[in-house]
Design a protein around this ligand. Structure first.
Ligand SMILES: Nc1ncnc2c1ncn2[C@@H]1O[C@H](COP(=O)(O)OP(=O)(O)OP(=O)(O)O)[C@@H](O)[C@H]1O
Ligand SMILES: [Mg+2]
Length: 329
């Protein structure tokens, strides 16, 4: 049974957005979950601050499969309900993760593109592509939710200047930048929101992550994208020496009580017997409504069935742990 979901939000989303835009993330105050239950352990309590963040990418080339929704919801749940420190990284030029988390991305001076440009600036053989005052630090912003930080994206991410972005060096820029980032050791989870395509941006995400969550809308063409993703994972493992990369969860989304949805679900279970999530996410209008207001479903409609489904899913992902078996590819 899923644990109770936390309720009230502090202040309006627009006020929160302006706070987010103005302030770099400070150490998170004790979360509501921690205040309610001082016995909850944080990563630092457990490990003395060792860098063990789970790095999980939400990937499916199919547009509108609920990648952004799941990243935002899982991130919010882990921070609100488990007092985890979570970093959500938007690597999609649509920049929607910031919007659904209530951050005014237009007012930010730095975003995900600085992650890759910072890497280039560090290469003395190239002229700077874009001056950044704080090239040494990650472009983090705090969200309204204590413990949840964001690296936002905006459309310039899709205009990366020339270079071999799909090649070994170019596709490893995000991973390399994060490997050097001291700030990352403060997080329990790093969640990546990937764009709806298998281009260089997604390749960068796959090389920076170790686990993959695949949201699959239960529609006719859903399995095509899965097959392509499995091939891509095999390629990344072999060609880019990243054997740890694996699918930790396949999440059926937009379930409706139709024969077609049922058939697709059965096929998914056969194809991914270990990875398939127990939780099937249906269509819940409150989820869409919450996102349009820049709120998590747990703040907007904590008693809704959609909130319960997303909480159960986040709990499942948490329970699978970083050693979840994958074996795909
Ligand atoms: N379970 C759900 N019930 C109702 N609406 C949902 C649900 N999940 C997601 N949505 C809505 O569906 C739309 C698409 O979801 P989302 O943006 O998360 O998909 P995506 O895979 O990130 O899309 P893209 O590939 O364009 O990045 C959004 O408007 C979102 O609010
Ligand atoms: Mg998206």
């Amino acid at each position: 049974m899923t644990r109770a979901i936390l309720g009230s939000t502090k202040g309006s989303s627009s006020a929160a957005a302006s706070r987010s835009a103005a302030a770099p993330p400070a150490p998170a105050p004790p979360s509501e979950a921690r205040r309610r239950n001082p016995g909850l352990e944080s990563k630092d309590d457990r490990t003395g601050g060792r860098a063990i963040a789970r790095r999980i990418a939400f990937v499916n080339e199919k547009g509108g499969s609920a990648k952004t929704t799941l990243v935002a919801s899982v991130a919010a749940w882990l921070a609100l309900e488990r007092a985890h420190r979570v970093l959500a990284i938007d690597f999609d030029p649509q920049g929607q993760l910031g919007k659904v988390l209530g951050v005014d991305v237009r007012s930010l001076r730095r975003s995900a593109i600085d992650l890759v440009l910072d890497g280039l600036l560090g290469d003395g053989s190239r002229a700077p592509l874009r001056p950044t005052a704080q090239a040494g630090s990650l472009p983090l912003v705090a969200t309204r939710i204590p413990g949840l930080d964001l690296i936002p994206a905006e459309k310039t991410l899709g205009l990366l200047p020339g270079g071999d972005w799909a090649g070994h060096e170019g596709s490893g820029r995000l991973a390399e930048r994060l490997r050097r980032a001291k700030e990352l050791s403060g997080y329990d989870y790093v969640l990546f929101d990937a764009p709806p395509s298998f281009g260089p941006l997604t390749l960068n995400v796959l090389r920076a992550a170790e686990e993959i969550v695949v949201p699959v809308p239960l529609t006719f063409l859903a399995l095509d994208g899965c097959a392509e993703l499995v091939r891509t994972i095999s390629m990344v493992r072999a060609r880019h020496s990243h054997p740890a990369l694996r699918i930790s969860m396949v999440v059926p989304t937009f379930y409706r009580r139709t024969r077609l949805a049922h058939d697709v679900l059965e096929k998914l279970k056969c194809r991914f017997p270990k990875e398939i999530a127990q939780t099937v996410v249906g269509f819940h209008v409150k989820i869409d409504e919450a996102q349009s207001r820049g709120l998590s479903i747990f703040e907007y409609a904590p008693g809704d069935r959609g909130a319960r489904a997303l909480a159960a899913l986040a709990e499942e992902l948490e329970a699978r742990g970083s050693d979840a078996s994958g074996g795909i590819g």
